[in-house]
Design a protein around this ligand. Structure first.
Ligand SMILES: C[S@@+](CC[C@H](N)C(=O)[O-])C[C@H]1O[C@@H](n2cnc3c(N)ncnc32)[C@H](O)[C@@H]1O
Length: 281
C-alpha cells in the first residue's frame, strides 16, 4: 500500500501545530519533510490520512509528543566544531575557578540546551575533567554540574544510556579520548561513557518554548545548532530567557555560525582562536 501524501491544508495544520508546540518553523517549500519524517508514525498510529493523524495528534498528548519528536533533527557529534571546547578549557573554566575563590560559590553549573543524544554535555564533562586534571584542582570536580536538556524523549533516552556505536556515533572522538573516558567492550561495536564523566551530567526534558525558571540559573550555557529551526521572533524570546537564566558574568556559547543580533543588550562578545562567545554583563 502506498503511503498518503500531505495535502496543502494538512500541511498548513501540521506546520502550525508543530510551530506552536516546539517553535520549529517549516517553510512552505519543505512540505517533503512532513511526508518523509511522519510517514512511518502515520502508519504506526493506524491513520489513513494526514488529516486523521492531525485530528488524533491534537487530542492525544503522547501522539503529539511523538509527532514533535519525529520532526526534530538530532544531528550532533563529539566536540562538535572543537573551538567552543577550547574556549571552555582555556578561557571560561579558568575564570570560573578564579570566581570560586572570590565568591566562594559552591558549584559551576553548565547547561547544554537542545543536547540531542548527549555528545555535547559529555564533551563538556570530558573538557572539564581535562581542565581539572591539568590544573591539578581535583577538589573542583564535584562542584561542576552539567545539565543536558532536549524536548525529544527519544534522544534523551539515548543520552541517559551513554552507550554509543563505534561505527555510527563516535564522530569527533580521538583514540586517546576513547581510551581515557570510555569503556570498550571487546568484540562489540559499543562504547560506554565512563562513570567519572557520566556522574557529572544529568538530563531533563525541557522545551525551549517553556519557561527556563524551574531549571535555576547557570554559569555557562551552550545553545548550539538549534536556533536555525526557529523564527526571529522565537529566537528573541529565547535570548531574553537565556539572559535571565545566566548568572551575572556567566558565559553563553552559540553554534559556529550563530550570533546574537547586534542590537541585543546585556551580552559582551569575545573572541578566542576562530571562535566567539558571549559574557553576560
Ligand atoms: C541539531 S541538534 C543540536 C545538538 C547539539 N546542540 C549540537 O550542537 O550538536 C538540535 C536539537 O534541538 C532539539 N530541539 C528542537 N526544538 C527544540 C525545542 N523547542 N526545545 C528543546 N529542544 C529542541 C532537537 O530535538 C535536537 O536534538
Amino acid at each position: 500500500m502506498t503511503s498518503p501524501t500531505v495535502s496543502d491544508l494538512e500541511f498548513s495544520l501540521l506546520k502550525t501545530l508543530i510551530e506552536k508546540e516546539s517553535g520549529i518553523f517549516i517553510t512552505e517549500n519543505k512540505k517533503y519533510l512532513i511526508n518523509n519524517k511522519l510517514s512511518s508514525l502515520l502508519a504506526e498510529s493506524g491513520c489513513g490520512s494526514f488529516m486523521e493523524f492531525y485530528n488524533k495528534a491534537v487530542q492525544d498528548i503522547s501522539l503529539k509528543k511523538n509527532l514533535i519528536d519525529a520532526i526534530t533533527t538530532n544531528e550532533t557529534s563529539w566536540f562538535r566544531d572543537k573551538v567552543p571546547f577550547d574556549i571552555l578549557e582555556d578561557q571560561i573554566l579558568p575564570e570560573c575557578l578564579a570566581n570560586i575563590f572570590v565568591s566562594k560559590s559552591d558549584s559551576i553549573r553548565i547547561w547544554s540546551c537542545a543536547c540531542s543524544t548527549g555528545q555535547e554535555p559529555y564533551s563538556i564533562g570530558i573538557t572539564a575533567h581535562e581542565f581539572v586534571h591539568n590544573k591539578k584542582c581535583n577538589w573542583l570536580l564535584p562542584k561542576i554540574k552539567i545539565l543536558g536538556t532536549d524536548l525529544s524523549h527519544t534522544v534523551l533516552k539515548e543520552a541517559e544510556g551513554a552507550v554509543y556505536s563505534k561505527s555510527f556515533s563516535a564522530r569527533g572522538l580521538s583514540d586517546e579520548m576513547k581510551a581515557k573516558y570510555f569503556e570498550e567492550e571487546p568484540e562489540s561495536d559499543f562504547i560506554k561513557v565512563h562513570s567519572k564523566i557520566k556522574s557529572m551530567v544529568s538530563f531533563k526534558s525541557q522545551n525551549l518554548r517553556h519557561s527556563f525558571e524551574p531549571l535555576g540559573t547557570f554559569d555557562i550555557i551552550f545553545l548550539r545548532n538549534v536556533l536555525i529551526y526557529f523564527t526571529d521572533e522565537f529566537k528573541q524570546e529565547i535570548y531574553a530567557k537565556i539572559y535571565k537564566a545566566l548568572n551575572p558574568g556567566g558565559f553563553f556559547l552559540m553554534g559556529s555560525s550563530e550570533f546574537l543580533p547586534d542590537k541585543q543588550e546585556g551580552f559582551e562578545l569575545n573572541q578566542y582562536k576562530r571562535g566567539f562567545y558571549y559574557k553576560r554583563k
